[in-house]
Design a protein around this ligand. Structure first.
Ligand SMILES: [Zn+2]
Length: 346
């Protein structure tokens, strides 16, 4: 199985993020996550680590607002000019706004901090010097996996960092900047019908936002109920698409403490929807934060659960692009993802 990966993600290493309550904590979406996965992958004899190709900006701009991408490209440089103190110790700093947009008014302000409040939805999407380069390379990993799914007629894994599924058309959040899974799915949608099955613990709000009015891409997300869990404002069961996309989006909000049995039963419902839709390709935004003990989750999915989840998704028999999203129980992360991927060996 081809695994698309680039070392460029190491350039995105914010020194902190801000948790609920205003606590400044070490950045949880860190490079150690990738190291744990790489170590586990190295022990297999069926994986092939492959550098991503460069797809340029076009497939990204097909999904994201151009003003938003331009903001991501220049934000750090502009911040250095606005706050000269940062340039004396850039490694101890990260760029974040402190004021956020009320999305009742579509106006985009002209200043850096105004734009930041408009384009960033929370205090986890920190921008540092290497962020833009890292997010492009992450998107290229997802696109390379999508291309491989077509050219090799087999499944592929994009080991993406930063993750993507919380990034909407024109906003960053939840450690995400470019929605890698959506960029890949949109690229695939030019070749056939696509279903997206998001199995990260958190609702795939960005993906929902991007495809909500489309009928050619079925989007499904299984996640902690947003009534108690991030991203709080989206991911409810009654959100089923709009316009031409009505009926082509489904959320499965699940209760705190959901274990293997509860999860697999929701997954079976989701898989039935995918079978009925009869897509040509499947994209699976894959977070391992459903794992029992994940610091950002409340579910109790076990490693045996991941084996079964992988088996049931693979049984669809579709060319599948598996895209890395969250997962913060780093000690178990590598073995967990390999356990899931094993089902997709060709
Ligand atoms: Zn997550």
């Amino acid at each position: 199985m081809k695994i698309f990966y680039s070392e460029t993600h190491r350039k995105h290493q914010p020194p902190f993020e801000v948790f609920d309550g205003g606590k400044r904590v070490p950045y949880l979406e860190n490079t150690d996550r990738m190291d744990r996965i790489l170590t586990a992958i190295e022990k297999t004899d069926w994986t092939e680590l492959t550098p991503p190709a460069d797809f340029g900006l076009d497939p990204i701009l097909a999904v994201h607002d151009s003003g938003y991408i331009a903001f991501l490209e220049s934000a750090w440089r502009e911040w250095l000019i606005l706050d000269p103190e940062v340039s004396s110790s850039p490694e101890q700093n990260a760029f974040l706004p402190a004021t956020f947009a009320l999305r009742r008014n579509p106006r985009v302000p002209s200043t850096l901090l105004g734009k930041a409040g408009y384009y960033i939805m929370d205090l986890s999407a920190c921008i540092v010097a290497g962020t833009y380069e890292a997010i492009l390379s992450s998107a290229n990993c997802a696109l390379s996996a999508a291309k491989s799914v077509i050219s090799d007629r087999s499944s592929a894994f994009a080991l993406c960092r930063p993750p993507g599924h919380h990034a909407g058309k024109d906003y960053a959040g939840g450690y995400c900047f470019i929605n890698n899974s959506s960029v890949a799915a949109n690229w695939l949608s030019a070749k056939g019908k696509v279903a997206i099955l998001d199995i990260d613990y958190h609702a795939g709000n960005g993906t929902q936002d991007i495809f909500y009015e489309r009928s050619d891409v079925l989007t499904i997300s299984l996640h902690g109920d947003p009534d108690f869990e991030y991203p709080h404002f989206i991911g409810y069961a009654d959100e089923t698409g709009a316009g031409a996309g009505l009926g082509f989006h489904r959320n499965f909000p699940l209760p705190k403490g959901t274990g293997d049995e509860g999860y697999l039963s929701a997954l079976d419902e989701a898989l039935k929807l995918i079978r009925d839709f009869a897509p040509n390709y499947l994209v699976v935004p894959t977070g391992m934060d459903t794992f029992d003990g994940d610091p950002l989750g409340t579910f109790k999915v076990t490693r045996a659960g991941f084996a079964e989840i992988g088996k049931r998704i693979a049984a669809l028999g579709l060319p599948t692009a598996i895209i890395m999203e969250g997962g913060y129980a780093n000690a178990a992360l590598g073995e967990n993802i390999v356990t899931l991927l094993e089902n997709f060996k060709s």
